[in-house]
Design a protein around this ligand. Structure first.
Ligand SMILES: Nc1ncnc2c1ncn2[C@@H]1O[C@H](COP(=O)(O)OP(=O)(O)OP(=O)(O)O)[C@@H](O)[C@H]1O
Length: 338
């Protein structure tokens, strides 16, 4: 079954150009100059029900504009889209009963009220039957472990606690398709992991289709089976995440803080890992995951150095996309780009 399908979906914005200063403002008022900005350029996409899709691209690639069209907030300039059988911009209200949306940078929780009140209000917005609502709410409270802060005003919650509430609330009306825009932005590693586990669980148990944008490679690797990369408004790559992991996301960075008791000037040597910087006690290594794995590298390191701290980082999404873009420009990405 189809969750969504687009054909030649495009959006052009008309942007008023204004020269600097007062004269520029007057000129723009009397004789405005308009420039066209192609934000989305002919996207053809098919997503099946139950899929987990990462919709990726550098800043300004057109991700949010596409999501706004798919949720019915914006009309396209040309092309068509069908989401759960509806044309989003003409059937926005009916569609809203069947989809959910979480924006990491915007909240749907009432800021001065406790989350429990938002659950109540949202249940009325979606016209849920009282008994069904209460059973679903309690199930989500348990699954997302919201008990300790259900009655605390949202403004007093930490970012991680708030995001758990945001995502739980978005599942209240059992959406078939969930749009997640940067759901883990600004969260620490532990909370990020918990949020990913919960979304994955909902996808597995309830079959919710997930359409996610994120600049965090960890979100993509752990949550999604398929990656669609856009650039300059058009699709650059559509491939399984597994393939992306093998061909592009095949490096991680290990940052070590060596213990003060560590002997100076000893740089550890480990197969498959190489030191990329060394500043005082801080050492950065890049690990080639095609040759080894993180556990093996850490074990080997611990036989050579004493550590105060270790962090493991994914390469920035911008770097991964640049790599894909480079492969496509050089014509070496044929295998990868389907
Ligand atoms: N309302 C608007 N008016 C004019 N231009 C716009 C508008 N909304 C977006 N744009 C432009 O369209 C392009 C795509 O923007 P969009 O927000 O979709 O990108 P994005 O991929 O979501 O980026 P980011 O990762 O930074 O959020 C950008 O160049 C942006 O400046």
């Amino acid at each position: 079954m189809l969750a969504l399908q687009t054909r030649g979906l495009s959006k052009t914005f008309k942007v008023k150009q204004k020269e600097a200063g007062l004269t520029g403002s007057l000129k723009s008022l009397l004789r405005p100059k308009w420039e066209e900005k192609q934000a989305v350029d002919g996207i053809d996409l098919v997503v099946q029900a139950g899929e987990t899709v990462a919709f990726l691209g550098p800043n300004g690639a057109g991700k949010s504009t596409t999501i706004k069209m798919l949720t019915g907030i914006l009309h396209p300039t040309s092309g068509s889209a069908e989401v759960l059988g509806f044309t989003p911009w003409s059937d926005r209200t009916r569609l809203s009963y069947r989809i959910g949306a979480v924006f990491g940078q915007k909240s749907q929780l009432w800021y001065h009220l406790p989350p429990i009140d938002t659950f109540d209000l949202i249940s009325r917005v979606y016209e849920l039957k009282r008994n069904d609502y209460l059973a679903r709410r309690d199930e989500l409270i348990e699954r997302f472990e919201l008990g300790p802060y259900l009655h605390t005003p949202v403004r007093k919650l930490s970012l991680g606690e708030r995001m758990r509430c945001e995502i739980a609330v978005s599942f209240l009306h059992r959406p078939e398709l969930l749009f997640l825009d940067e759901p883990t932005i600004g969260l620490d590693v532990v909370v990020k992991q918990r949020i990913r586990d919960l979304i994955r669980e909902c996808n597995k148990e309830e079959g919710t289709t997930v359409f996610l944008t994120s600049h965090d490679a960890g979100d993509v690797e752990e949550l999604c089976a398929r990656a669609v990369v856009i650039h300059h408004g058009g699709i650059l790559l559509d491939a399984p995440v597994e393939k992306l992991r093998r061909d592009v996301m095949n490096r991680k960075t290990i940052v070590l803080t060596l213990s003060v008791t560590h002997m100076e000037n000893t740089i550890p040597e480990v197969d498959g890992a190489s030191v990329i910087s060394s500043e005082g006690r801080r050492l950065k290594l890049t690990v080639d995951l095609r040759k080894t794995d993180i556990e093996t590298v850490l074990s080997a390191l611990l036989t050579q150095v004493r550590l105060d701290d270790v962090t493991i980082e994914d390469p920035p999404m911008e770097e991964i996309i640049k790599h894909i873009y480079g492969m496509s420009a050089a014509g070496t990405g044929g295998e990868l780009i389907q």
